[in-house]
Design a binder for this molecule. Structure first.
Ligand code: ZXY
Ligand code: CA
Length: 512
């Protein structure tokens, strides 16, 4: 009995760290700015069959519509209410997507913007994604409703009312983030409205939330909001399941607010991961792949079971925001595939893959003047559908990194090696590395400017395996390279530094 109570307590208090993915599904993908109808189709035709565990969606809440600049991506991070109507689609399309994705075992994680509403300069009128009226001048958001009583301004003591100094914890939480009207989350009423919004989504069947801008909210307020959330919908989830919570806290060091203040109430985005991995893969500041031997907590990251990790996100892939220039993205495809493969092979953290759209970059003095550009759109600003070409790539300006063979297959790799230990590390003291995940999977990378030629311990049972980077196993044969593992687990590996992809991966399910 005592044990049962203890188990229940642990289950309850740690539940928000569990991604709730189906067993054997270990990664999610951020389908940034995708329409709900396209996500529903992608769950059924691609994500489900390829073992993806879930999708992080763009904010579904009603937001301001900005026309100067023209429909920037960040307009969706300026809510004017919680009606489920956005440039990705309406409430019916959202519900249809959640149902169809859940039915193929791919769960939905909602980007929840609850720190603020739109900017103080957002004006008044019906320039919103559902056409609802709002008035930013007197802080009137009738669809919620919020009034001037529900904002923090009284507690902010900067001259401008905005956050002026990130070294002052009170400013960062109680003042306006770049002028965005800052909600008073210590108020029972505001906690009620934000949790009602999240509960509506939970009841529709979502599995959890990416909570935006958590640095700007008090951990105690967040804990109170999370505490009000319903259990997940038992149509798809075991009864008593808690929503998965991962909180956006941009902590690269140097500020008084740290990730560790938030790991008690949910997982936290580990922004150091992509910034440091970018340095290593780019070989900046004398960094080498061999340094990755103690990757994870050994690099000063938060505990693995608290971390949500990614190579790049929708913000830092634009060359500003957290991480800056070292962040690797689809624009640097060759090293990007290597970085994502390393992430998906390594046991640290719960992994999120980025899926982007292309935009016209215009980099002046290291800063992209076009970092605001929204998704591929029609003349009226509506988002273009994701089209799928005959070869499986995406059209209409959508990049679909998650469909790149090397990345899709590494999601499969992560599923196959789930729970296996990090073992058989090898490096050449430079940029050639390999490691296994127990006896289930093996990754080898050559990021040096010369050939890799070595006999390596793969940890795998003897046999012939298909490399899942250059190809894969298809009807009993390899479409790419083959690797022969001896009875002693060793394999002779050669990887030229001039290959299109100078790395290989094999796993238990790629064995012939
Ligand atoms: N924006 C442009 C113009 C307006 C939006 C900009 O230059 N902003 C100032 C620098 C970025 O600061 C922002 C941060 O988080 C946000 C922002 C934002 C969260 C939002 C909405 C926002 O502007 O507009 O929901 C931010 C917060 C931090 C930090 C660094 C940045 O350490 O604690 C942007 C928008 C960026 O660049 C943005 C939007 C949504 C996000 C995000 C960044 O989830 O991470
Ligand atoms: Ca705040």
């Amino acid at each position: 009995m005592k044990l049962l109570i203890l188990a229940t307590l642990i289950g309850l208090s740690f539940a928000q760290f569990n991604p709730n993915t189906q067993s054997g599904r270990t990664a999610i993908v951020h389908l940034f700015e995708w329409r709900w109808a396209d996500i529903a189709a992608e769950c059924e035709r691609f994500l489900g069959p390829n073992g993806f565990g879930g999708v992080q969606i763009s904010p579904p809440s009603e937001s301001i519509v900005v026309t100067n600049p023209w429909h920037p991506w960040w307009q969706r991070y300026q809510p004017i209410g919680y009606n489920l109507c956005s440039r990705s689609g309406n409430e019916n399309e959202l519900r249809d997507m959640i149902t169809r994705c859940n039915n193929v075992g791919v769960y939905i994680y909602v980007d929840a913007v609850i720190n603020h509403m739109c900017g103080a300069g957002g004006g008044s009128g019906t320039h919103s994604s559902c056409g609802s009226y709002f008035n930013a001048n007197n802080k009137d958001f009738p669809t919620v409703p919020y009034s001037n009583l529900d904002f923090n301004d009284g507690k902010c003591n900067t001259g401008s009312g905005n956050i002026e100094n990130y070294q002052d914890v009170n400013q960062v939480r109680n003042c306006r983030l770049v002028g965005l009207l800052d909600l008073a989350l210590e108020k029972d009423y505001v906690r009620g409205k934000t949790s009602d919004y999240m509960n509506k989504l939970i009841d529709m069947g979502v599995a959890g939330f990416r909570v935006d801008a958590c640095k700007h909210m008090w951990p105690g307020d967040l804990s109170a909001v999370y505490g009000r959330l319903h259990n997940l919908n038992t149509k798809w989830f075991p009864s008593g399941s808690r929503p998965f919570i991962f909180q956006e806290v941009i902590d690269l060091g140097g500020e008084p607010i740290t990730s560790s203040e938030y790991t008690g109430v949910g997982r936290v985005t580990e922004f150091k991961y992509g910034a440091k991995l970018g340095n290593v893969i780019r070989k900046w500041n004398g960094e080498k792949l061999s340094f990755l031997k103690n990757w994870g907590e050994g690099w000063g990251f938060m505990p693995s079971d608290k971390a949500l990790v990614f190579t790049d996100n929708h913000d830092n892939q634009r060359g500003h925001g957290a991480g800056g220039a070292s962040i690797v993205t689809f624009w640097d495809a060759r090293i990007y595939k290597m970085a994502v493969a390393f992430m998906l092979a390594h046991p640290y953290g719960f992994t999120r893959v980025m899926s982007s759209y292309r935009w016209d970059r215009n980099i002046v003095n290291g800063q992209d003047q076009n970092d605001w550009i929204g998704p591929p759109s029609n003349g009226d600003g509506s988002t273009k559908p994701v089209t799928i070409n005959a070869d499986g790539t995406c059209g209409n300006g959508w990049v679909c990194e998650h469909r790149w063979r090397q990345i899709t297959n590494m999601v499969g790799f992560r599923n196959v090696v789930n729970g296996q230990t990090f073992s058989n590390w090898w490096d050449n003291g430079s940029n050639q590395i390999s490691f296994s995940r127990g006896n289930r999977g093996f990754l080898v990378i050559n990021n040096d400017d010369w050939e890799l030629n070595a006999t390596l311990n793969t940890g795998l049972p003897g046999g012939t395996y298909c490399d899942i980077i250059s190809g894969q196993k298809e009807s009993g044969r390899c479409t790419g390279k083959q690797v022969t593992v001896g009875g002693d687990g060793r394999a002779s590996i050669r990887i030229s530094n001039s290959e299109e992809d100078p790395f290989m991966a094999i796993h238990a399910d790629s064995k012939l």
